[in-house]
Design a protein around this ligand. Structure first.
Ligand code: UD1
Ligand code: PEP
Length: 428
């Protein structure tokens, strides 16, 4: 086991280059199954979730050649068994994209219920409803395996009852080769939805409307090879933007699409930061006080739920009272207990957090409860006096490439150290 040890008090300064988007990569890599030939995918983030996807593909018989740290050539023509067992699927949410991709390619798939961050119940009823509308039979087996089987997939009109990133992606994957027209209504509009549509279109798909509320897919019989580069990670960029503002630093965040970051930029400016926008980078700095602001997370283009813990953490040090409402997940404030150990004054009632800003956080031993909560605790540690030790960092490594290297490059005092196994655990 490893942990991060941070000594706070440094104002972050310099430049940081943002990696490819996790939530686009984890959809695009399984989507390569639909190609009838090798695909070269560039700007893949070097993170644990991606490593798990490569392992899943490899175990199923695909060839995954690493061309360099961020580029792979994947050839899925030799996949023998369209199945993802529990041992693989449990590590991440996006393992369920193999359902849509393999259904689209082979008319059948068997995948274990996925893992991912724990925000309470994460249902998949909208995915199932969509697969069934295309003509698939969905069975939930004992032991948590999901099986989807179809004789033929036929285009359909599907209205999602909730806006779901995962269901939108899974249905795009399943419908891209279905016979006729599929219309998906009330879809998610996140940048990774558009990126997946662009990837599939570059293989010969006919998908229109991604980024709006309605996606229309004319099924095509074949999808070919492609060479594609993944968009920059909106959430990684937002995390460094908040880290810069929270520490009173001055950071150039490079390789970003500023349009994807508008809701984050707007809140940072309200909180007293200055944000200068350029073509593919943003300069974030703060010299005045941190000011209170309130927000509610919402599907894109609203303020992203995946930035909620980082923003709440920054507001824990702002002047006055802020209110943060979680509009997407039932239970995404579990990390607040950890922030309280560092001196934060935050009351949570269901999906609402009331944050009384304190002048200073204090270093403490804490535990990453999930991916973005871990990133938020890193921001808290950068601002706190003294030393913060963060355990369970595997959550953070699921989604941030080289985070300690990037933060050190901005002047942070951070180390990754081995945690010796407790004697009791060894004895058991
Ligand atoms: C791998 C990935 O891209 N993960 C992201 C994806 O998760 P994920 O795709 O799991 O999130 P969804 O957009 O599907 O979930 C949004 C809301 O819809 C509900 N819901 C979802 C599906 C369903 O069948 N039924 C249902 O009720 C969920 O409980 C939640 O309240 O989008 C979330 C919302 O932006 C982000 O926090 C995650 O980082
Ligand atoms: C919640 C997240 O990921 P996942 O859906 O993979 O758990 C995230 O990226 O913040």
């Amino acid at each position: 086991m490893e942990k991060y040890v941070l000594t706070g008090g440094v104002r972050l300064q310099g430049e940081v280059v943002i990696s490819g988007a996790k939530n686009a990569a984890v959809a695009i890599i399984p989507a390569a199954i639909l190609a009838e030939g090798p695909c070269v995918i560039e700007n893949i983030p070097n993170i644990k979730d991606v490593a798990v996807l490569f392992k899943i593909l490899y175990e199923m018989g695909a060839s995954v050649k690493v061309i360099n740290k961020n580029t792979i050539k994947v050839d899925t023509r030799n996949i023998a068994v369209p199945e993802v067992p529990y041992e693989m699927a449990r590590h991440m949410r996006a393992s369920y994209y193999f359902l849509g991709a393999m259904l689209g390619r082979y008319n059948r798939a068997r995948v274990s219920m996925p893992g991912g961050c724990d925000f309470g119940v994460r249902p998949i009823d909208q995915h199932i409803k969509g697969f069934e509308a295309l003509g698939a039979k969905v069975s939930l087996e004992q032991g948590g395996m999901i099986e989807v089987v179809a004789d033929n997939l036929i285009g359909s009109h599907i209205y999602f009852d909730v806006v779901s990133v995962g269901a939108t992606i899974n249905l795009m994957l399943a419908a891209v080769k279905a016979k006729g027209l599929t219309v998906l209504e009330n879809v998610a509009k996140e940048p990774h939805i558009v990126d997946l549509a662009n990837f599939l279109n570059s293989m010969g798909a006919d998908i229109r409307g991604a980024g709006t509320d309605v996606i229309k897919i004319h099924g095509v019989p074949h999808l070919g090879t492609t060479n594609y580069s993944i968009i920059p990670d909106q959430i990684e960029a937002g995390t460094y933007m908040i880290a810069a503002a929270a520490t009173g630093g001055d950071v150039l965040v490079k390789n970003v699409i500023p349009k994807h970051l508008e809701s984050i930029t707007a809140k940072l400016i309200k909180a007293g930061a200055q944000v200068d926008e350029f073509d593919d980078c943003l300069r974030v700095r703060r010299s005045g006080p941190l000011e209170r602001t309130s927000l509610k997370t919402m599907p894109h283009p609203g303020f992203p739920t995946d930035m909620q813990p980082q923003m709440t953490t920054m507001l824990a040090m702002a002047n006055g009272t802020s209110v943060v409402t979680e509009g997407v997940w039932d239970n995404r404030f579990r990390y607040v207990d950890e922030l309280r150990r560092m001196g934060a004054n935050i009351q949570v009632d269901g999906k609402v957090a009331v944050i009384e800003g304190v002048p200073q956080l204090h270093g403490a031993p804490v535990r990453a409860t999930d991916l973005r909560a871990g990133a938020a605790l890193m921001i808290a540690g950068l601002c706190a006096d003294g030393v913060t030790e963060i355990e369970d960092i595997y959550h953070i490594e699921r989604g941030y490439e080289d985070i300690e290297v990037k933060l050190r490059g901005l002047g942070a005092d951070i180390r990754k150290v081995m945690v010796p196994e407790p004697a009791l655990a060894k004895a058991l």
